[in-house]
Every structure is written in structure tokens, then in C-alpha cells.
Design a protein around this ligand. Structure first.
Ligand code: BGC
Length: 927
């Protein structure tokens, strides 16, 4: 009895201690230090991961200034691990102890990002849990973090038990009705967990027992399917029941066989849709069972009657097979399926965030156009689709067409969609309210036109839904100029609309392709708006996969244009620019390792195509969509010699290869390419530059590229910058750059001391400028500087998208220069932060917050009668160099007092340079 009582007491005590420890760790009181935001392979609790040695990242939470991590300890197990106290705090350590697979031990290190798992090999499909605790430079040790998890994918072709199946019906031919497939199955025991692994040739949507599997759309996403096909893993524990079950999957053509690019380009990857489905069930007694796609499935057709990416979808609710994904459904009249031997070697786990539903918009206006069209305005150019919630009679039809803009007269304008019909049609079942939306298509639109519907059009019946890859937002930018705020908003919407699994040029017309030039121009900006890391890692693997054997890089990735559509300067350089930018922005060395052969192959291609180190051959898009005038008697069109551009990018890609070789310790390559780079620059100078530094092309882009990529001898750079400024002045403070010059324009001006000119360009409100479209009512970034001309007419409909992110590349300058948040290239990924705001008297306030892997970085500045106020936030486990615009350190106060405990490095170009660690700082500089 005594024993029992004391055992009980002990258990009670343990519980109390555990609770105490939990409270301490949640409130962060534990020595003021806690660990939060655990990521595995840069994702929160991912499932279906391929990585053999997944990496772990975490953040330190501490209110103490200058907090650095000095040690960490990770443990990994097969059970959610229990919270334990550190032994140092004197509290009994209570671990469940069960299933601990690996502990790192206490590692003396400040690494808190990409720390690799180094334990025993991990099994296919299994779920693992991990925790971390850290010690800081003040001697505090945190509690163990809340456990996080990751689940492995199906690792090898042999681990797939499922078979590829295809509908055994005539309908699934090229123009046929997309198929639906089903299977009933039963389970006998209590379910502990269930994971569905699914992919398709085409797109799929799956249901188990009448409920949707997951909340992702347009799955399996788009990759170079012949070489890399992603499958998805979904936790379906809550959908599978003990007893009778059924699974149903509908397939659509998707990117796999829908017409892509220009007319006739259909069935690029194959003619028939197909499904691969595997459901791994673990029962509570530990036994397992697998349900797979095989010859026992049945096939039929459903309500989706037609579905293509460009043309849209027809959904006939009459054709819905009610209850077809429930076990009770009778499928005896359904056809069978055929087992196919499609490759499983190309299957890979999903690395990036899936496409999900995000913002929704209700109509802001319902009206009739002068032509009599019934139109709804959602107030935002958005990419996704319109959901209709409607009651009507059986057979009633509603047809929805999509447009980005109205024409000058106020009519619905679709000419710029080119051959894309972008039309969804719904046929009602009749009776009760129906909620209808497409499945395997998407549209880019602000306006819709309603046709064929007899009922009243009411706002509550229509919702525009934004769909895009589910990347976490990372940045917030604001400033005193409302037009700039809108510009930032447009940049963000341009990104949302063109980040549907691949970075596309545009989301609406008969294109929507992974144009490489656009992608490289925008990639650094993209990292400020969203956590685009895995999105680009995944896409860059497709770049490498579709790169040609001679090293040339296709215009679009996945390459649907063919082999000869490759090798354009500024486009193909994506192979080198994105890996480098991701390394800088995220500190990810692995992307350099993985892409290095591809980077090197691209440089080799340029080298092989050059003569005496001059690359002056082949087709190039050039400075795409630069400023030009039709009747150019004054020679105002900003034409830049395409081969001059090619030589600049040849140098830049070679420079990035050298940088990468240095990081990766490839010393021979460093030497070899450094020599090559010297020769490339000499060839440039001999061919395109006079001895006094004048370039053969006098455009802004020519000088911007030559300066940005250090093509000119140092002693001739200042005069070149002067020429650039003269050129800008000759256009009355207007830019004239196209896709290639624009991203670097303001950076070059700031670097050479013309920050005020950069602001003149940024704040310019007349064409050509960033704010001109904003003044014209744009809600996204336009493809062209004058998509809509001042007189309200349009640019040519053959090339006039109103949702093209490339010119949004100015966002990078707004974050990195205007508010001045940057990473030191010596401490990439914001391990060493630079805060260097660039003020301008036309702006009184600018602020940005940016979520890095270490935590939030902020820079907010405001100027007024009493001077400057600068609020800075630096996350734990990082250091920062802060440039405070002030004449001397005596002019600066911090938190109301003179500077103390902050290292003053000196003064530089109108700034006082400070070195700090983590913390929140408020600097004031008196006028
Ligand atoms: C796309 C671009 C792309 C270009 C190539 C266009 O059709 O929309 O953004 O980069 O072709 O110059």
C-alpha cells in the first residue's frame, strides 16, 4: 500500500514537474531563452520527404540583446518526444525514451540553420519526430523545444507497391471526357495512421469516403515529367475508417497533355492520363496494410466534361456520380482499368509547397458594359478561379469568361488572351444550392463576363479565389508614398499570380510558361515577399534536367518549346543566377553543390560558342521590351546591342561560377575561370568600348550591365555612371530599360552615388516608369511599361499581359536599398545582416520587416522636424552592421540615451557604422 501511495505520489510529482517544464518552455522564461519555428528541409512538419539526411533549422527566442547560440543538441525519435528539463536546471530529466533513434549530443556550434541529420538510415514512408535545445552565450540553456516531425516519402521505385493504371474506356482519348477511377476496400482493425501517396499523368483530385484528400490543387504540379514526376503524400488518418471504405480519384489533362505554348502543341508528355495511388495504413496493434491502384479498380466519367489549362473547364453537374467515392456506391456498370508499365524511376517526393487556395474576393461592381455584356469586377487582378454558389433549374447553364482589363470604351477585353479561351461553363443539377468551381485549370482575371445564365446575377453568388504555391509570406513593406505602397502590392500580386508550382511569365494567355529570363530577373525580389526557397530549388532541378547535352539552357522550363529554343543570353543565365541568389538569400550551400554541374555546363556552352573569348553568335531576346518609339527619327529607342549584352552576362555567369567554386572549395576551377573571366572582359573592352570608356550602345541598359558586372576598368567606371545619368536626364528622368537592364538600374545608380536619381526614377509617375501603371489603376505588374497608353488604348494584343512580374524586380531595391535590409555575402542567409537605409527628401517614412531563417529583421525609418528615427530589429544568433545616417556618433541616441554597449566602427559616406547583435534598437538622429 505504502509503495503504491508513494508510486502514485511520484507519478503526480512527475506530472507536476512536466507541466511546470512545459509552462516554462512555452512562456520562454527558461533562462529567457527558447527555441521555436522548427523546420525540416525548410518546411514545417513536412510529409513525403525524399532527403536521406534531412536538415534541421530552428530559431532562438530571447529578449536579451546580443544573444548568440553557443551549442545545440538535437534528438530524433519515432515517438513524439516528451518535454524534459535540462539537467543543469536541477529538475529530473523525464524522457519517454522510447524509440530514440539519434541524438546529436551537445554540439558546440552557432549553427541553427541546415543542421543535418546524421543518424541511422531512415525507412520509406515512416514518420519521425525531433526536438532541439540550445545554449546561448550567457550560459542559458533552453528547454527542449516542442517536438516537430517529418515523414519520409516512398524512396525507391521498388518501394512502390502500387501499379500505374489507366481508365479502360474510350473516353480518355485526346479530346475525350476526363476519367474518374474508384475502388472500395475494407479494414478490419483500429486505425492508428494512414498516408496516401498519389501522383498522376495529368492532374488528380482524390477523395476517400466522400471527403477530399488534402487541400492542394493542380497536383502533382509541373516538372519535366519525363525525368522528374513528383508524388504527394497526405495524412488521411481521419478519412479512413475501420470497416468499409472507398477511394475515388478524378483525373484531368493538366500540363501533361493539355495544349501548351502555341497551337497544336498538345500531348507533350503523353496521350493518356494515368494514376498511381498507394495508401499505407498502420493499425493500432502495429500491423500494416496497403491499398494500391491495380487491376481491381473501376473507371467511368464524371462531371468534368472538358478541361484544359488555356481554354478552361466545362462541368456538368448532371453527370455527377453521386456518392462515387463512398463504399455504398454501386459501380457495377463502370468499366475496368488497364495496368500500365509507366516508369516509377522518375518519381520524386514533393519538395516545394503545394498549390493551395488563398485570398478570396467578392464582386466590387456588377454592371453592363456599353456593348451590353454582363460583367463583374473583383477589384484585383487575381489568378485562380471563380467559385459560383447558385440555385437554379436542372440544365441551367452559366458561362464565365475572364479578362484582366476593360477597353477604353469600358467593354470586356480578351484580345490579349490570344488563343486562350479562358472560359468555364457550369451546368446545374437543379434544385438546391450548388457550389461549383473548376478543377484542372486556372485563369488570370480581374473581370468576368457572365453568359447563358437566366437568373439574376448577385454579388453573393460569386467569389474569386486566388490559387498559388503555399509559400509563407516573408516581407512587409510600407512607406509614406501611397503609390509606392501600391507598387509593392502589385509586385506581390504579380508573384502570387505567377507562382503556381513553376515561375511563369504570365498566368492568363496561351503561354503561362517557365520563362527563364523573367525568373532570373525577379528571383531576388521573390525572396522578400515569400519563402521561395524550396520553390526555386525544385524548379532549378528541372532547369538542370532539361539543360541540353551541350550545356545550353532552354527558354522555358519545363522545356515545352523544343531543343532549338535555347541559349538566349539573360534567359539561359538562370542556371547560374538563381542558385547564387538563393545561396545569398537563404545561405543554402546545397543548391550550389547540386547545381554546380549545370552552372559549369552553361559557361562551357558560352565558351564553346565564342571566338577569342567573344560570344557574339546565336539568337538572343536582348533587353526585351525596352522603351522604343515607332517613328524613331531622333534615335530615342533604347536599343542595346544584343552581343554586348551577351558578353556582359557571359562574364556575370562566369563570375558566379567562380564565387560558387570558391564556396565549394574547387580551387582548380577558381583559377581556371578567373583567367577566363579576365579574357572575357578584355574581349568586351576591345569590341564594345572606346579607349575612353564610351560604349557602342548608348542605352541605359548598356551602361547598367557594364557597370553592374564590372566590365569596365575601374578608372573608367565613374565616367560611365555619369553617362548613364546623362542619358536618364535626357529622357527627363525616365527609365528606358527592358527585362535585362531593369533589375540592376537603381542598384547601379545607388552604388555610384546617384541615389537621388534612383529615387527620381522610382517616383516618376509618367511613362515609362514603375508608377505609371499604378497611376493607370494597375493591381499587378504589367508586361510592358505602356500596356495601356496614356490615351487609354492598348499596346499590341499579341504581347500585352497585365500580370508579368519581371519589372517588379524593383522590389529588391526597395527592400535592400530603400529600407536597407541586406545580408553580408560573408554571412549569407542573414547570418550577418546589413542595415543601410537610403533616405530621400521626397519620402518621409519607409519600413520593412523580413522573416529570415533566424527570425525577423526590421528596418523602419521616419524623418520629421526633429530629425530621423530608425527602428531596427535583429534576430538572435545573428550579428548586424547598422549604418545610421548621421554626421557623427554624438548626433545619435539609442533608446533615448547616448550610444552604449554598441560598437562604433567609424563613419563612411554620410553614415555612422555600428556593429551589434540581436535586439530591438531605436536610433534617433537630431537634425
Ligand atoms: C514571354 C516573356 C518571355 C519572352 C521571351 C514572351 O512571350 O511572355 O516574358 O521572356 O517571351 O522574350
Amino acid at each position: 500500500m505504502r509503495n503504491r501511495n508513494s508510486a502514485l505520489r511520484l507519478t503526480k510529482m512527475r506530472k507536476t514537474i512536466l507541466l511546470f517544464v512545459a509552462i516554462l518552455s512555452i512562456t520562454g522564461i527558461y533562462g529567457q531563452l527558447a527555441v521555436k519555428n522548427l523546420l525540416c528541409e525548410n518546411l514545417s512538419n513536412p510529409i513525403g520527404l525524399d532527403a536521406k539526411e534531412p536538415n534541421f533549422s530552428w530559431q532562438l527566442a530571447s529578449d536579451k540583446r546580443n544573444t548568440m547560440q553557443t551549442a545545440y543538441e538535437i534528438r530524433v525519435g519515432t515517438d513524439p518526444l516528451m518535454l524534459t528539463a535540462s539537467s543543469r536546471s536541477g529538475v529530473t530529466v523525464l524522457t519517454k525514451g522510447k524509440g530514440i533513434l539519434w541524438t546529436s549530443g551537445v554540439v558546440k556550434s552557432d549553427a541553427s540553420v541546415y543542421v543535418p541529420y546524421k543518424g541511422a538510415a531512415l525507412a520509406s514512408g515512416k514518420k519521425y519526430f525531433w526536438q532541439v535545445r540550445v545554449t546561448d552565450n550567457f550560459g542559458n540553456t533552453s528547454a527542449w523545444s516542442e517536438p516537430a516531425s517529418w515523414q519520409r516519402g516512398i524512396l525507391t521505385a521498388a518501394d512502390w507497391k502500387a501499379k500505374w493504371i489507366q481508365a479502360d474506356s474510350k473516353s480518355d482519348t485526346v479530346n475525350g471526357v476526363p476519367p474518374i477511377l474508384r475502388k472500395a476496400f475494407s479494414t478490419k482493425k483500429k486505425i492508428q495512421s494512414a498516408t496516401a501517396f498519389i501522383t498522376a499523368h495529368g492532374m488528380y483530385e482524390a477523395q476517400i469516403n466522400g471527403q477530399r484528400v488534402g487541400d492542394a490543387y493542380l497536383t502533382p504540379g509541373w516538372t519535366s515529367y519525363n525525368k522528374r514526376l513528383q508524388y504527394q503524400a497526405f495524412d488521411v488518418t481521419n478519412l479512413v475508417k475501420t470497416g468499409a471504405n472507398a477511394v475515388g480519384v478524378s483525373l484531368g489533362s493538366g500540363w501533361y497533355r493539355t495544349p501548351l505554348a502555341w497551337s497544336g502543341n498538345r500531348n507533350l508528355y503523353g496521350k493518356e492520363t494515368a494514376l498511381l495511388f498507394q495508401l499505407d495504413i498502420t493499425y493500432s496493434d502495429g500491423s500494416t496494410e496497403t491499398v494500391i491502384s491495380d487491376e481491381n479498380w473501376k473507371s467511368s466519367t464524371g462531371a468534368v466534361r472538358f478541361s484544359e489549362l488555356y481554354d478552361g473547364e466545362t462541368y456538368d453537374a448532371h453527370e455527377e456520380k453521386i456518392g462515387w467515392t463512398t463504399p455504398q456506391y454501386d459501380d457495377k456498370n463502370w468499366a475496368g482499368v488497364m495496368v500500365k508499365d509507366h516508369s516509377k524511376d522518375v518519381l520524386i517526393g514533393t519538395y516545394n509547397e503545394l498549390i493551395k487556395k488563398h485570398e478570396t474576393f467578392k464582386p466590387v461592381k456588377i454592371f453592363k458594359t456599353p456593348k451590353g455584356e454582363q460583367v463583374i469586377d473583383f477589384g484585383q487582378n487575381v489568378v485562380g478561379w471563380v467559385q459560383v454558389k447558385i440555385k437554379g433549374n436542372a440544365g441551367d447553364k452559366i458561362t464565365i469568361s475572364h479578362a484582366e482589363v476593360l477597353d477604353k470604351a469600358g467593354n470586356f477585353y480578351t484580345e490579349n488572351m490570344r488563343a486562350a479561351k479562358t472560359q468555364n461553363a457550369f451546368i446545374l443539377r437543379g434544385g438546391s444550392e450548388e457550389i461549383l468551381e473548376p478543377h484542372f485549370t486556372f485563369q488570370g482575371f480581374r473581370y468576368i463576363r457572365i453568359d447563358d445564365f437566366k437568373g439574376a446575377i448577385q454579388a453573393e453568388n460569386f467569389t474569386a479565389i486566388a490559387l498559388y504555391s503555399d509559400m509563407k509570406p516573408t516581407g512587409q513593406f510600407s512607406c509614406s508614398n501611397p503609390l509606392l505602397k501600391q507598387l509593392q502590392r502589385n509586385i506581390e500580386w504579380g508573384q502570387r499570380g505567377n507562382f503556381l508550382d513553376v515561375p511563369t511569365d504570365c498566368p492568363q494567355r496561351d503561354e503561362r510558361l517557365g520563362w527563364t529570363g523573367d525568373a532570373q530577373a525577379f528571383c531576388r525580389t521573390a525572396t522578400f515577399n515569400m519563402h521561395a526557397h524550396n520553390f526555386y530549388v525544385k524548379w532549378m532541378k528541372d532547369v538542370a534536367a532539361d539543360q541540353l547535352p551541350n550545356g545550353s539552357v532552354p527558354f522555358v522550363i519545363p522545356n515545352v518549346l523544343g531543343k532549338s529554343s535555347s541559349g538566349s543570353t539573360g534567359w539561359a543565365d538562370v542556371a547560374n543566377i538563381i542558385p547564387w541568389n538563393m545561396y545569398v538569400a537563404y545561405g543554402d550551400k546545397k543548391i550550389l553543390e547540386d547545381q554546380y554541374p549545370s552552372m559549369k555546363a552553361w559557361v562551357k556552352f558560352m565558351q564553346d560558342s565564342s571566338k577569342n573569348d567573344l560570344w557574339a553568335r546565336g539568337f538572343h531576346f536582348g533587353d526585351w521590351l525596352f522603351y522604343s518609339v515607332n517613328d524613331d527619327r531622333d534615335g530615342k529607342s533604347a536599343i542595346t546591342d544584343k552581343y554586348l549584352i551577351a558578353q556582359c552576362f557571359y562574364a556575370y555567369s562566369t563570375q558566379l561560377l567562380i564565387n560558387s567554386a570558391q564556396i565549394l572549395g574547387k580551387t582548380d576551377d577558381v583559377q581556371y575561370y578567373t583567367d577566363l573571366l579576365k579574357r572575357i572582359k578584355t574581349a568586351f573592352r576591345n569590341e564594345y568600348m572606346t579607349p575612353t570608356g564610351r560604349l557602342v550602345s548608348t542605352s541605359q541598359t548598356a551602361y547598367v550591365l557594364a557597370l553592374n558586372f564590372d566590365m569596365l576598368p575601374e578608372n573608367l567606371r565613374d565616367q560611365a555612371a555619369e553617362r548613364l545619368v546623362q542619358n536618364i536626364k535626357s529622357f527627363n528622368n525616365h527609365l528606358t530599360t527592358g527585362f535585362l537592364g531593369t533589375p540592376y538600374l537603381c542598384h547601379v545608380l545607388t552604388r555610384f552615388g546617384y541615389n537621388d536619381v534612383a529615387y527620381d526614377l522610382l517616383l516618376q509617375e509618367t511613362y515609362p516608369s514603375w508608377l505609371y501603371p499604378v497611376k493607370m489603376g494597375a493591381t499587378t505588374i504589367w508586361e510592358r511599361w505602356d500596356g495601356i497608353k496614356p490615351d487609354g488604348t492598348f499596346q499590341t494584343e499579341t504581347m500585352n499581359s497585365f500580370n508579368h512580374y519581371a519589372y517588379g524586380a524593383i522590389g529588391d531595391w526597395m527592400y535592400r536599398v530603400m529600407t536597407g535590409i541586406d545580408t553580408d555575402e560573408k554571412g549569407v542567409g542573414y547570418k550577418q545582416i546589413t542595415i543601410k537605409p537610403h533616405l530621400n527628401n521626397r519620402i518621409t517614412q519607409a519600413a520593412s520587416d523580413y522573416q529570415t531563417y533566424y527570425g525577423k529583421v526590421s528596418s523602419h525609418w521616419q524623418t520629421g522636424n526633429d530629425g530621423l528615427s530608425l527602428d531596427v530589429e535583429i534576430p538572435a544568433n545573428t550579428t548586424a552592421t547598422i549604418y545610421v545616417p548621421a554626421a557623427s556618433e554624438n548626433a545619435i541616441s539609442e533608446n533615448g540615451a547616448a550610444l552604449k554597449n554598441i560598437q562604433v566602427v567609424g563613419t563612411e559616406g554620410g553614415y555612422v557604422v555600428l556593429k551589434t547583435g540581436s535586439g530591438k534598437y531605436n536610433f534617433k538622429v537630431k537634425k
